[in-house]
Design a protein around this ligand. Structure first.
Ligand SMILES: [Zn+2]
Length: 506
C-alpha cells in the first residue's frame, strides 16, 4: 500500500483560529491533496487540545463550563477549516471518549513496563507553555514565548524514564530514521541531546480539567503527554472506537507538521513514549518557523492578529491558501504583510495566471467560436512543461513549498510571453488559421498543466478551470499522468467560457 499519514499539531483552544493555525493547517492540506491526487491512501489528522489550567480560566471568563467552552472553540476551528477548503480525515478532540481511553491505556502500558515512577518535583513552570522550565531557558526570569514569570511548583508527581531512551533517540535522529526538517533544527535537537537529560514529570496533582491517571486517580495526565497521544488515538491505533480499527494501518506517521517551539516534545518525548510502547517511530518531523505581522510579533495587545476570515474576505479562499503558502520558506521565520500579499495577488494571480486564462479563452471564443481543434503540442511548450513539473515534484518532495507557485507561474509567464511573440490577433487578421490554431492549442496545454499543478494549492479555482475543458471526472488520472509521465492531454474540443478568476484589487 502506498500510504501517507500526516498530522498538524492539535490546537490549544485558548484562542480562536488565527493565521498561525491557518498557516500550518493549510500547508498540511496542500501536502495531503498532493499525495492523495497521486493515488496514495492518505490520512490527514488535525484537531484541538482541550485540557489544562488555561482552559479552565478561559471558560470561566466566558461564563461557561470547560466542556461547553471547548465545544464552542472546536466548532470555530472546524468551521474555519471548512471555509478554507481544508479536508481532514479526522478531527480529534482530547475530550473525545476514545481519546481519553487511549491515553489511559497508553499510560497503563508504560506504567506496567516500569517506565513510570513516583518522585518529587520542584521547579519553575510556565502555565502558558504548560511546561517546566529550567533557569537557562528563561530570559530575565521570564518565559521567552510568553514574557511571563513561571510559577514555582513543588509536588509529588509521576515521572517518565525519558533518560532511558536518550541514546537510542540520538542515534535515530542522527541517521535520519526520524528525519527532522530543516537540518538546522535537527542539529539543534542533537546538540540538546548531548547535554544531561532528566526524566520528565507526566502528571499533576491539582489540575482537575485533565484525564485521570489509570493507576492513581488523585493525579491527572500532564497535558503534553495527553496531547501527543492524539496521533495514535486519531487513527484509533488500539481498536477502541472501531473494533477493529480500519485506520491503524496508517501508522507509522509519515509526517508530523509542527511549529519549531514544540519540536522537543515531538522529536524527543514523543519517540521515547513510542519506544516504551514498542511502536514504530514517525518518519519525518517538519518544524516550520515563526512569523511576524507587518514586521511585528503578532499579539492581541498590538491588535495585529490576522484572522483567516479577514483574508478570505479580501482574497477569496484559493488565493488566501496560495498567498499563505508562498510568502516565505517553510523552515525559516518570515513576515506576513497585507500590502505585500495584495501586491502578490495582483501580480501573480490577477495579471499572470488569471489573465492568461481569460485572454486565451476569449481568443478561442472570438476566433473559433469555442470550437477549437486541438493540435499536437509544440516541442518548445512540451519542454517548458517538463521543466516546470520536474521542479514542482522536487519542491514537493523537499518541502520547498513556498516555491511551488513560483514554479507554476513560470509556466504561465512563459505562455503570456508566447502570446506576445506569436500575436494571435495578427494571425487572425492574416487568416493564418492553422498557425493560429497551433498557438491557441499550445496555450491550452500550458493552462491545463498549470491548472492541474495548482490543484493542491487552489482546488476550487483549479476544478473550475478544468471544468471548462469539460473534463473533471478523470482529474486524478490526469494529475498522475502529468506528474509521473509529464503528459497533458486535452480530449474535448469544446471549450466553455469562464468568468474572471481573480478580480484585481486596488
Ligand atoms: Zn511560556
Amino acid at each position: 500500500m502506498k500510504k501517507f499519514y500526516l498530522t498538524t499539531p492539535i490546537y490549544y483552544v485558548n484562542d480562536e483560529p488565527h493565521i498561525g493555525h491557518t498557516y500550518t493547517t493549510t500547508i498540511a492540506d496542500v501536502i495531503h491533496r498532493y499525495y492523495k491526487s497521486l493515488g496514495y491512501e492518505t490520512f490527514f489528522l488535525t484537531g484541538t487540545d482541550e485540557h489544562g489550567t488555561k482552559i479552565n480560566e478561559a471558560a470561566k471568563k466566558n461564563s461557561l463550563n470547560p466542556k461547553q467552552y471547548c465545544d464552542m472553540i472546536a466548532e470555530k476551528f472546524k468551521l474555519t477549516w471548512q471555509q478554507l477548503g481544508i479536508k481532514y480525515s479526522n478531527f480529534i478532540r482530547t475530550t473525545d471518549e476514545y481519546h481519553k481511553d487511549t491515553v489511559q491505556l497508553v499510560l497503563q502500558k508504560i506504567y506496567d513496563k516500569k517506565d513510570i515512577y513516583k518522585s518529587n518535583y520542584e521547579g519553575l513552570y510556565c502555565i502558558n507553555c504548560e511546561k517546566f522550565m529550567s533557569e537557562e531557558e528563561l530570559v530575565d526570569g521570564l518565559c521567552i514565548y510568553h514574557n511571563t514569570k513561571p510559577l514555582f511548583y513543588k509536588e509529588e508527581n509521576y515521572f517518565f524514564r525519558l533518560s532511558k531512551y536518550k541514546d537510542i533517540i540520538f542515534e535515530k535522529i542522527k541517521n535520519d530514521e526520524i528525519q527532522i526538517i530543516p537540518d538546522t533544527r535537527k542539529n539543534e535537537i542533537l546538540g540538546k541531546l548531548q547535554l544531561p537529560l532528566e526524566d520528565i514529570s507526566i502528571s499533576r496533582k491539582n489540575l482537575k480539567w485533565a484525564i485521570s491517571l489509570p493507576f492513581d486517580n488523585e493525579q491527572t495526565v500532564y497535558v503534553w503527554i495527553d496531547a501527543l497521544i492524539n496521533y495514535l488515538s486519531g487513527i484509533d491505533f488500539f481498536d477502541i472506537k472501531f473494533k477493529p480499527s480500519i485506520y491503524k494501518k496508517f501508522w507509522p506517521c509519515d509526517l508530523h507538521l509542527i511549529g519549531k517551539d514544540i519540536l522537543w516534545f515531538h522529536s524527543v518525548i514523543w519517540p521515547a513514549i513510542l519506544l516504551s510502547l514498542e511502536i514504530d517511530l514517525p518518519k519525518k518531523i517538519l518544524a516550520h518557523g515563526f512569523f511576524t505581522v507587518e514586521g511585528k510579533k503578532m499579539s492581541k495587545t498590538l491588535c495585529n492578529v490576522i484572522r483567516p476570515k479577514q483574508l478570505i474576505e479580501l482574497f477569496g479562499v484559493d488565493a488566501t491558501r496560495m498567498l499563505i503558502l508562498s510568502t516565505f520558506p517553510l523552515g525559516t521565520d518570515g513576515n506576513f504583510s497585507l500590502s505585500e500579499m495584495k501586491e502578490k495577488y495582483n501580480q501573480d494571480l490577477a495579471d499572470n495566471y488569471g489573465n492568461l486564462v481569460l485572454r486565451t479563452f476569449s481568443m478561442i471564443q472570438k476566433y473559433f467560436y469555442n470550437d477549437i481543434k486541438i493540435k499536437k503540442i509544440s516541442y518548445k511548450i512540451k519542454e517548458k512543461i517538463l521543466e516546470c513539473v520536474k521542479n514542482y515534484k522536487f519542491q514537493f518532495e523537499n518541502f520547498e513549498l513556498h516555491k511551488l507557485s513560483e514554479t507554476i507561474l513560470s509556466l504561465t509567464s512563459f505562455a503570456n510571453k508566447y502570446i506576445q511573440q506569436k500575436t494571435p490577433w495578427i494571425l487572425a487578421k492574416e487568416k493564418k488559421v492553422e498557425e493560429l490554431n497551433q498557438v491557441l492549442s499550445d496555450l491550452l496545454f500550458c493552462i491545463k498543466s498549470a491548472t492541474l499543478l495548482f490543484y493542491p494549492i487552489m482546488p476550487n479555482v483549479s476544478l473550475e478551470v478544468l471544468k471548462s475543458f469539460g473534463e473533471t471526472n478523470n482529474f486524478e488520472k490526469e494529475f498522475v499522468s502529468l506528474i509521473e509521465n509529464y503528459e497533458v492531454n486535452i480530449t474535448k474540443e469544446k471549450i466553455s467560457s469562464l468568468d474572471i478568476l481573480f478580480k484585481k484589487l486596488q
